[in-house]
Ligand binder design. Structure first.
Ligand code: HEC
Ligand code: HEC
Length: 229
């Protein structure tokens, strides 16, 4: 997960400029006031960050022990959270706090955090730079083939279709950035989706279906491949 807030802003700006372009063309004969209104909207979107990253920094002292001082975990079993889309991080934090997603090691961590705190924390980690690792050479070919093309025989879809060719995900659809994520954590997540242990949102339905179709060898290979993205 590389620093992506700039890319995100640019993407948002691009989407909204496109909308603006279409809007101005469609209403070419409309008044100038319409154009100004659209422009104002663009400004608002660019100026409205998800949370306050600076305020978030003061609320994360206890997280470093497991997620690393820069949001990159050094334990293969624990997730890196640096560079993640804030929308996704916020959703997960809400679920963990409410207990709809089980994360025993995080017990108590979010007890005194309110909704704004969770947004600020999510914004803070989104600004940090995610680091990658090395994919295992032994399983690289299988991992890459699953990631890019899935398994047409068993119906496993391409991971890239949702998480993107380089693993960056898609914030608008709450598809997480998984590039460079820790191998053991990815494997555990896939197994937890498949067994139904990982619960929480309607969004997870798709991952449950995907993971349930995968063989152990495929899960291991793709987890290692993603670590190298
Ligand atoms: C004692 C270790 C520990 C501490 C301290 C801790 N976490 Fe976690 N956290 C974990 C583990 C382990 C998981 C993965 C749970 C699972 O297996 O699904 C996790 C999961 C998460 C996730 C979900 C990641 C994802 O990709 O879905 C987020 C976000 C998160 N933690 C944020 C935080 C924040 C913010 C703090 C500090 C307020 C914190 N954690 C403190 C161990 C910890
Ligand atoms: C149709 C879209 C879609 C496809 C295809 C897909 N994913 Fe996902 N993936 C998601 C969504 C949505 C989530 C977030 C679910 C949640 O909230 O827990 C997710 C979550 C994950 C996570 C957990 C990330 C974290 O930080 O905890 C991993 C790992 C993952 N996907 C791996 C894969 C792999 C490997 C494949 C290919 C075999 C794949 N995904 C295919 C949509 C998809």
């Amino acid at each position: 997960m590389k620093a992506n807030s700039m890319t995100r802003k640019l993407t948002l700006a691009a989407v909204f400029s496109a909308t603006f372009f279409l809007a101005t063309n469609a209403f070419a004969s409309d008044s100038k006031a319409h154009d100004e209104h659209a422009e104002e909207k663009i400004m608002q979107v660019e100026k409205a960050p998800f949370g306050d990253a600076k305020a978030g920094k003061a609320k994360v002292a206890t997280c470093a022990a497991c997620h690393g001082s820069d949001g990159n975990s050094t334990n293969p079993e624990w997730p890196s959270i640096a560079g993640q889309h804030p929308e996704y991080t916020y959703e997960q934090l809400k679920m963990i706090k409410e207990g709809t997603r089980s994360a025993p090691l995080m017990a108590g961590q979010l007890n005194n955090k309110n909704d704004k705190d969770l947004k600020d924390i999510a914004a803070y980690f989104a600004e940090l730079e995610g680091k990658s690792g090395e994919a295992s050479a032994d399983t690289f070919t299988l991992g890459q083939s699953i990631y890019r093309g899935g398994n047409t025989e068993t119906g496993v879809p391409s991971c890239a279709a949702c998480h993107g060719p380089s693993g960056k995900g898609n914030p608008m659809s709450l598809y997480p950035d998984i590039a460079g994520q820790q191998t053991g954590y990815i494997l555990k997540s896939l197994n937890d989706y498949a067994s139904g242990k990982r619960t929480g949102t309607a969004q997870q339905k798709v991952m449950k279906e995907v993971a349930a179709l995968m063989s152990d060898a495929e899960k291991e290979a793709v987890a290692s491949y993603i670590r190298g993205l």
